[in-house]
Write a protein that binds this ligand. Structure first.
Ligand SMILES: Nc1nc2c(c(=O)[nH]1)N(C=O)[C@@H](CNc1ccc(C(=O)N[C@@H](CCC(=O)O)C(=O)O)cc1)CN2
Ligand SMILES: Nc1nc2c(ncn2[C@@H]2O[C@H](COP(=O)(O)OP(=O)(O)OP(=O)(O)O)[C@@H](O)[C@H]2O)c(=O)[nH]1
Ligand SMILES: [Mg+2]
Length: 446
């Protein structure tokens, strides 16, 4: 299935380090590395050996450790050579160039993992998990990526697909013998089996929000009147002085975005410009952006200055969000007597009071639907969600047609569409376009 050529790329991050790893994969891996080392093409399997990479004139480029994996027992399923070089930028680029001169070609983004997919080492959900794993920023995200890397999601969608194949097979028996009608009892049994697949799809779909949060962070927007202490709160949650804080109202003009982890939940926190009638064009634009961010928030943290009266401390028209936490800040200065909502959290960014409670409240509000953050969680991504939704819709149409005693052909048509969509999740149906869009998001060398 593969082009049959041999690819090479730096597998470690570009930059200076102690050691860097270059991977070579393809039928000519042994020949390429042997030529670069000026050695015989015999390599022990999975055993590091010390060699010297030389240029065409025999000059030394670097002393390296080569580990050879004879296919199919390798990451890609092909012969793979791993060349561990000294970790300088220049020396690694020279080693890579020499390997390319000896017959390898530069790998494209995700091409190693793509080859692993084509050689049956991974399904598509597992390939995606490799990328999730690399970009994970929290324990929960890492655990979800590992679950997916183990193949749990692929197993579930393939299980649903098998159930549906059974239904289609039964239906096709009727199509082949059109003189017989689908008798009501069998019709009911088919509908029940379809309903069970729908339920499985819905259960996976219910993890979509959680998957998004794990991959992108809970979109959290800090808003409130100028000077309430929004930037101070961001800094306090981050534990560093990221945003500029000053007693001048209108300090934050533009939105500032930071990733942080609260009680294991990754948050993408946005600090915004204070909401008030703007005094200039820049501030006006800042406030427009605040409203835009707030409109897309999963969680809104409204910060109010506790020392002021509620009328003076809260913006007139607060943006709407699915979850809101109201924080009374500056409680070290005393609390104005008109604050009496027990739901309000009292904090001080100056002495840190109440911040632990705020973290706890964020954690509570980060729960989504049925999905919890417990063990064995699969958490689907946007691509899975799209296919599952469409598979569910096709299945609904099939059930409707069956109930309306439509031609079994029509029922089967929708069922097959649903099957294909489920198959696309693990990559069981041939879809080059999907592959392109997934692997192009990888980094080169992965
Ligand atoms: N040096 C190195 N470290 C690495 C990787 C790598 O490619 N090279 N990986 C890259 O992501 C990750 C490990 N993942 C890997 C997964 C499978 C195989 C592999 O050789 N699989 C064979 C043999 C299995 C076995 O020995 O049990 C196979 O599946 O047939 C290698 C690495 C992280 N660390
Ligand atoms: N006493 C006290 N002062 C605070 C507290 N939090 C913030 N401040 C002060 O309040 C002032 C405004 O803080 P910022 O964090 O810049 O407020 P902001 O809401 O980001 O303001 P803008 O960006 O201008 O909208 C600064 O002088 C802070 O030092 C607090 O908990 N207690
Ligand atoms: Mg600010």
């Amino acid at each position: 299935m593969m082009g049959g050529d041999t690819i090479a790329a730096l597998a470690t991050a570009g930059g200076t380090g102690a050691v860097a790893l270059i991977r070579v994969s393809g039928p000519d891996a042994a020949a390429v590395v042997s030529a670069a080392c000026g050695s015989s093409p015999e390599w022990p399997d999975r055993k590091a050996v010390l060699r010297t990479i030389r240029d065409a004139e025999g000059g030394v480029i670097d002393q390296v450790l080569v580990t050879f994996f004879h296919g199919p027992r390798s990451y890609t399923g092909e012969p793979v050579a791993e060349v561990a070089t000294h970790g300088g930028r220049f020396v690694t680029s020279q080693v890579l160039r020499r390997l390319l001169d000896c017959g390898a070609r530069s790998a494209g983004p995700g091409e190693f993992t793509e080859r692993a997919f084509f050689n049956g080492k991974l399904d598509l959900t597992q390939a995606e998990a490799v990328m999730d794993l690399i970009s994970a920023q929290s324990h929960l995200a890492l655990r979800a990526a590992h679950e997916q890397l183990e193949g749990r999601l692929g197993q579930r969608t393939e299980g649903l697909r098998e159930e549906l194949i059974g239904v289609v097979a039964q239906l096709e028996a009727w199509i082949d013998f059109p003189e017989e009608d689908i008798d009501p009892a069998t019709g009911e049994a088919l509908l029940a089996r379809m309903a069970s697949v729908t339920e499985g799809i819905r259960s996976l779909l219910s993890t979509a929000d959680q998957g998004r949060v794990l991959r992108e962070g809970l979109r959290t927007v800090i808003c409130g009147l100028p000077n309430a202490g929004k930037s101070s709160l961001l800094n306090a949650l981050l534990g560093e002085d990221r945003a500029i804080v000053s007693d001048a109202a209108g300090t934050t003009r533009d939105t500032i975005e930071e990733m942080l982890v609260v009680e294991g939940i990754p948050l993408r926190v946005v600090d915004t410009a204070g909401l008030r009638v703007a005094e200039g064009e820049i501030e006006e634009e800042g406030i427009r952006r605040t409203r835009k961010e707030a409109g897309r928030a999963d969680l809104l943290i409204v910060v109010a200055d506790a020392s002021l009266s509620p009328d003076d401390a809260l913006p007139g028209d607060l943006p709407d969000a699915p979850r809101t936490i109201r924080v009374l800040n500056k409680v070290d200065l005393g609390i104005h007597p008109q604050w009496n909502d027990v739901e309000d959290l009292q904090v001080s960014c100056v002495d840190g009071a109440g911040l632990g409670e705020l973290r706890g409240r964020i954690r509570e509000l980060a729960e989504f639907g049925e999905a919890d953050w417990g063990e064995h969680s699969v958490a689907i991504n946007a691509r899975h969600r799209d296919r599952l939704k469409r598979a569910e819709e096709a299945l609904d149409r099939a059930a409707d047609s069956l109930r309306a005693q439509a031609d079994p052909e029509i029922v089967a048509l929708d069922l097959r569409e649903s099957l294909d969509l489920l198959g696309e999740i693990a990559g069981r149906v041939d879809t080059e376009e999907i592959l392109g869009s997934i692997f192009s998001q990888f980094c080169i060398g992965k």
